[in-house]
Design a binder for this molecule. Structure first.
Ligand code: FES
Length: 127
């Protein structure tokens, strides 16, 4: 039980922690200002391509509110300088930088660095 709870704990993977840059797909496979779901090991990762500033973000696909694999189908936006994703079910909104929930008392989400090389999207993982 403790192992399961630990695996659900959120974590913001910084670039300095990255041991594996996972090649997800060609940039053309990701919609502008929308999300896509990528599988890495046993995890589902939501990847977002923000048109403004050509920024990319990645986070867990699991919404911690009702444990739904849904965040890749959420609504993107920003709050000040903070890029965010709103879950389509009950609108819990999370920062794609800090992983913090911005509008409710909710668990935070894991976030991952993204880089683009040779027109391919890479997501950084520590393991
Ligand atoms: S399941 Fe995401 S906000 Fe409720």
């Amino acid at each position: 039980m403790v192992e399961i709870l630990n695996s659900l704990k959120s974590h913001q993977v910084g670039e300095q922690e990255v041991n594996i840059w996972f090649k997800a797909a060609h940039v053309d496979k990701f919609p502008l200002n929308g999300g896509s779901c990528v599988k890495y090991k046993d995890m589902q990762i939501a990847v977002f391509n923000f048109d403004s500033g050509k920024e990319w973000y990645a986070c867990q696909n699991l919404c911690p509110h009702k444990m739904q694999m849904i965040l890749s189908r959420g609504i993107t936006g920003s709050q000040g300088d903070e890029p965010k994703i709103a879950c389509p079910f009950h609108k819990r909104t999370f920062s794609l930088k800090s992983g913090l929930c911005l509008n409710a008392e909710e668990e935070s989400i894991s976030t991952y660095p993204v880089k683009i090389e040779n027109d391919h999207v890479y997501i950084g993982f520590s393991q």
